[in-house]
Design a binder for this molecule. Structure first.
Ligand SMILES: NC(=O)c1ccc[n+]([C@@H]2O[C@H](COP(=O)([O-])OP(=O)(O)OC[C@H]3O[C@@H](n4cnc5c(N)ncnc54)[C@H](OP(=O)(O)O)[C@@H]3O)[C@@H](O)[C@H]2O)c1
Length: 247
């Protein structure tokens, strides 16, 4: 028997990285998984693997920069499965734009993709969970939602906002829906590779107790904890999963 038998879980940004690792774990634990992202080939590959291993999943293509994002994911999930028990707002982008030169549009695009889209999707999903009498929402922020040492201006701002959004949502949606967040440290994914990989992150690795990068499955296992009643007395919290970084 799986920990998520019969549950329907939307995991945004699950065509890659920690979202994909969470999709695999949730499916293994019995959830029907909704995989989302923009890249159809990667989305299909995730769904195919889940199905090949005996699980159940669909994919929904939706761009978090688009105002139709939340409606698209909501409609296709409800059409396929008729309900929603778990939402993990994980889709995100890392902009390298610097304070001195970032444009208003670049800044607002980052905020929209990393935070606003999560709010809009949660707003659609929450009434379904409220009607059922329970639900779990997990927001993926970052260690740079705590401190600005390693981030760029829009990314740092968006992840601090994700921390605030998590606390505000927990307050409004309790006690029916548990809302918590994860603040990953440096995790070995495509996003990390896109900005220079392990070498660039050496200062962060040096300040972590474990002196290494994290793996995507080390985020997935925490997401599983937050998606079940194993975490029933945890609400509005941001769990730092960063190998013990000294910030
Ligand atoms: N890796 C780290 O060290 C680290 C640390 C702290 C926090 N985080 C956060 O963790 C989350 C997952 O990142 P990751 O490291 O696993 O990165 P990743 O492997 O690059 O995955 C990012 C996921 O987000 C999706 N995505 C990106 N932009 C999107 C958009 N505009 N619309 C819809 N989906 C979009 C991507 O799907 P498509 O490409 O298919 O659109 C992909 O599935 C992000 O929120 C990130 O900020 C990462």
């Amino acid at each position: 028997m799986g920990k998520l038998d019969g549950k329907v879980a939307i995991i945004t940004g699950s065509t890659s990285g920690m979202g994909r690792a969470t999709a695999y774990l949730f499916a293994k634990e019995g959830a029907k998984v909704v995989v989302t992202g923009r890249n159809e080939a990667r989305a299909k590959a995730v769904v195919d693997k889940i199905k090949a291993e005996g699980g159940e999943a669909i994919y929904v293509l939706a761009d978090a920069a688009d105002s139709s994002y939340a409606q698209t994911i909501y409609d296709q999930t409800m059409e396929a499965y008729g309900t929603i028990d778990i939402l993990m707002n994980n889709a995100g982008m890392l902009s390298l734009a610097q304070f001195a030169t970032i444009t208003e549009k670049e800044f607002m695009d980052d905020i929209y993709i990393n935070v606003t889209s999560a709010l809009m999707l949660s707003q659609k999903v929450a009434p379904v969970m409220q009607a059922k009498g329970e639900g779990h929402i997990i927001n993926v922020a970052s260690i740079v939602g705590w401190a600005a040492h390693w981030g760029f201006v829009a990314y740092v701002t968006s992840k601090h906002a994700m921390v605030g959004l998590t606390k505000a949502m927990a307050n409004e949606l309790a006690p029916t829906i548990h809302v918590n967040g994860i603040c990953p440290g440096a995790i070995k994914t495509a996003m990390l590779a896109s900005v220079g990989g392990e070498e660039l992150f050496q200062p962060m690795i040096d300040r972590a107790c474990v002196h290494r990068l994290g793996e995507d499955h080390e985020i997935a296992s925490v997401a599983l904890f937050l998606a079940t009643n194993d975490s029933s007395f945890i609400d509005g919290q941001l769990l730092r999963v960063d190998g013990g970084i000294d910030v």
